[in-house]
Design a protein around this ligand. Structure first.
Ligand code: ZN
Length: 143
C-alpha cells in the first residue's frame, strides 16, 4: 500500500468510526431507506430544505465500512448545497464510481478516499447506495 492509499484508508476508517451526522432516525422522518442485500448494508436518510438549501442531512444504518463511511462523507458534502448543486454532485460521484468519468474532477477531497473502491466492482454499490437514496430524498423535498 503506498502513502496515498494509506491516507485514503485512514480517511475512510475515520468516517466509519466517527460518523458525521449519524443518529437514530424516527420512522416518520426517514425519506429514503436503501438496502444492499449482497453486503447486508442499510442506510436510512433524512434532510430538510431551508431557504433553498439542503440542510440537516442525517443518516443511520449498518453495514460495511465503505457503505457507512460513504454515507457519512455524503452528509458533509451535501449539507448547505442547493438542490441543483446536490444533484450535480451526486451525478458526478456516481459516475466517477462507475468509472464513467475522472474521479478528481472537482469532487470534495474526502470523497477521493472512495476512489480505490472502483477496483472492486461488487463494492461500488456499497459506496453509491446512500447517494442513490439522497436522489430520492431530494425528489421528495423539491417536488
Ligand atoms: Zn457493503
Amino acid at each position: 500500500m503506498d502513502d496515498l492509499e494509506q491516507l485514503y484508508q485512514d480517511i475512510l476508517l475515520d468516517h466509519y468510526k466517527n460518523p458525521r451526522n449519524h443518529e437514530a432516525l424516527r420512522d416518520d422522518e426517514v425519506l429514503a431507506d436503501e438496502e444492499n442485500p449482497m453486503c447486508g448494508d442499510q442506510v436510512r436518510l433524512t434532510a430538510r430544505m431551508v431557504d433553498g438549501r439542503v440542510a440537516d442531512v442525517r443518516y443511520d444504518g449498518k453495514g460495511c465500512a465503505i457503505s457507512q463511511a460513504s454515507a457519512s462523507m455524503m452528509t458533509e458534502v451535501l449539507n448547505g448545497k442547493t438542490a441543483e448543486e446536490a444533484r450535480a454532485l451526486i451525478d458526478q460521484f456516481v459516475q466517477a464510481m462507475r468509472g464513467e468519468r475522472e474521479f478528481d474532477a472537482g469532487l470534495p477531497e474526502d470523497l477521493l478516499a472512495l476512489s480505490g473502491v472502483r477496483k472492486y466492482p461488487l463494492r461500488v454499490k456499497c459506496a453509491t447506495m446512500s447517494w442513490h437514496g439522497m436522489e430520492k430524498v431530494l425528489h421528495q423535498l423539491t417536488d
